[in-house]
Design a protein around this ligand. Structure first.
Ligand SMILES: CC(C)(COP(=O)(O)OP(=O)(O)OC[C@H]1O[C@@H](n2cnc3c(N)ncnc32)[C@H](O)[C@@H]1OP(=O)(O)O)[C@@H](O)C(=O)NCCC(=O)NCCS
Length: 155
């Protein structure tokens, strides 16, 4: 890992207005390797807004001064054996990656979930890309036997 960013402020997302800047960051992060997606800001904002309106939505931003460097969003979902947090998106500015921003966001998320007695976080990612290693380093494990399925063209 490169030198950690100092003076990083992690804040809970309390206003829908915050999503504008998060959408710009999502576009930057996912249109770059390893995903090389083709997000527009409008579609990114639509997606984040959709999450924001989910029951029990929670999200955090990481910023240095006025610069937004990272974001994670998801929601708590009910489950028979114990509710879990579904981490929908997590992204860090390309120029700020590998400096501990993702780790700090994850630590704040985990800390918060402890306070509300949620013990499980789930997420989807690809096995063949570096975010997979990031999640392994943050204590995640693959769910053996589970497969993501789709009908129609791949999303
Ligand atoms: C995955 C992501 C959120 C991690 O955040 P981060 O702030 O870069 O991560 P950290 O600095 O806390 O952790 C660093 C570790 O993550 C991995 N990693 C993060 N960015 C990387 C990069 N650009 N290239 C290679 N490995 C990377 C490495 O395992 C790294 O450890 P190392 O530097 O010792 O090799 C961030 O890289 C990102 O936004 N990627 C693009 C969007 C994305 O893939 N989101 C997750 C989708 S499931």
């Amino acid at each position: 890992m490169e030198k950690a960013i100092e003076e990083l402020h992690i804040e809970k997302i309390n206003s829908i207005q915050t999503l504008e800047k998060c959408a710009e960051l999502l576009v930057e992060a996912y249109n770059a390797p390893p995903w090389n997606d083709n997000w527009t800001k409008a579609k990114a904002l639509e997606k984040l807004t959709c999450f924001y309106h989910s029951p029990q939505f929670f999200g955090w931003t990481a910023r240095q001064d006025t610069h937004l460097l990272g974001c994670c969003v998801g929601n708590i979902e009910p489950y028979f054996s114990g509710d879990y947090f579904y981490l929908k998106e997590m992204f860090v500015s390309v120029h700020a990656q590998r400096k501990g921003v993702g780790f700090r966001l994850m630590a704040v998320l985990k800390g918060y979930l402890e306070t509300v007695d949620i013990q499980t976080i789930i997420l989807f990612t690809s096995r063949d890309v570096f975010p997979f290693d990031f999640y392994l380093k943050n204590g995640f494990r693959e769910m053996e036997g589970m497969r993501m399925m789709h009908a129609g063209p791949t999303a």
